[in-house]
Ligand binder design. Structure first.
Ligand code: RIB
Ligand code: CA
Length: 310
């Protein structure tokens, strides 16, 4: 099988950073065409610089593009309380040396996808979905042309930034609504599965013991993150975003169910909530594979094996 072409759209964020490392360490399975960035965990000026820091630390030359600094309608809400003031606290990574690549994320997504055969590019968003929604609106043919969207966001159950909503969908609920109405095949990694992939002290030790610069950066980030990232009732640091990449590499590590998913864009209390019709009680057609089970040990075996390559 040739590697799958992906565009990783993210808001680093320690867990986004681990997703970037894992993707760049897996060239047999994944061809990372570009990394695009969005305001989310921290403002865009930091998420884009953080993405460049991580790509350079991985020894890669993948272009990093800037996208939307704020959601489509709402003001940006960030999460320094989880990720630290830099968004990458604990990494110890130096400032980026290379500049960002020219071209807005939404335009780059359209150009890269439409410039390749239908069904050959997968989008992997791990932050607010603003860039993805903008690209889908700018180019109506994009939805048909995409192979799929593999995203981290939403929740079957309780939220982590409000009682009802997960952070990525809460920050830009209107973008999430556009994505889930687009007809693109979606694989959704909600909190219910990412909270089963926890950074325990033993797993942290396994990563740190690799001793490489990238592994030390990941260990430092995850040490910070496991002390600050236990939102939404998580018993340790949930490694949200890399679940998307791990599924693309080893789908057998996960399982889920095709469901109809709708996004709350009106109720102030429920803004950004993902209504996942897990029991098929509604009549909306399934628009997402909602993943709810993970082999956490298998995930960390994969992560350690791939980090050792960098
Ligand atoms: O709710 C968790 C998600 O929000 C993760 O993607 C994390 O990086 C933040 O973006
Ligand atoms: Ca993220």
């Amino acid at each position: 099988m040739p590697p799958r072409a992906i565009i990783l759209d993210c808001d680093p964020g320690q867990d986004d950073a681990v997703a970037i490392f894992l993707a760049l360490a897996s060239p047999e399975e994944l061809d990372v065409l570009a990394v695009t960035t969005v305001g989310g965990n921290v403002p865009l000026a930091l998420t884009e610089a953080n993405a460049r820091r991580v790509v350079e630390a991985a020894g890669a030359s993948v272009p990093v593009h800037l996208g939307c600094p704020r959601p489509l309608l709402r003001p940006l809400e960030t999460a320094e309380h989880v990720h630290g003031e830099t968004g990458l606290d604990g990494s110890g990574l130096p400032p980026p040396q290379r500049p960002p690549a020219p071209g807005h994320a939404a335009d780059v997504i359209v150009e890269l996808v439409m410039g390749r055969p239908p069904g050959s590019v997968t989008l992997v968003p791990t932050g607010p979905l603003t860039n993805i929604a903008l690209a889908l609106v700018k180019e109506p043919a994009l939805a048909e042309h995409l192979a799929g969207i593999v995203l981290m966001g939403g929740a079957i159950g309780l939220g982590n930034i409000t009682p009802a909503a997960e952070f990525n969908f809460y920050v830009d609920p209107h973008a999430a609504d556009i994505v889930f109405r687009s007809g693109v095949p979606i694989t959704m990694f909600p909190l219910d599965v990412t909270h089963k992939v926890l950074v325990t002290p033993e797993r942290l030790e396994r990563i740190d013991a690799l001793g490489t610069p990238a592994a030390r950066a990941v260990a430092g980030m995850l040490d910070f993150y496991r002390r600050h990232g236990r939102t939404g009732g998580a018993e340790d640091g949930p490694l949200h975003d890399p679940c998307t990449i791990a599924w693309l590499i080893a789908p057998e590590l996960f399982s889920g169910r095709e469901c109809h998913v709708a996004i709350e864009t009106v109720s102030p209390l429920g803004l950004g909530r993902s209504y996942v019709d897990w029991w098929g009680s509604g009549d909306g057609p399934a628009n997402a594979l909602v993943v709810n089970e993970a082999d956490a040990e298998g995930f960390f075996d994969l992560l350690v094996e791939r980090l050792a390559r960098l």
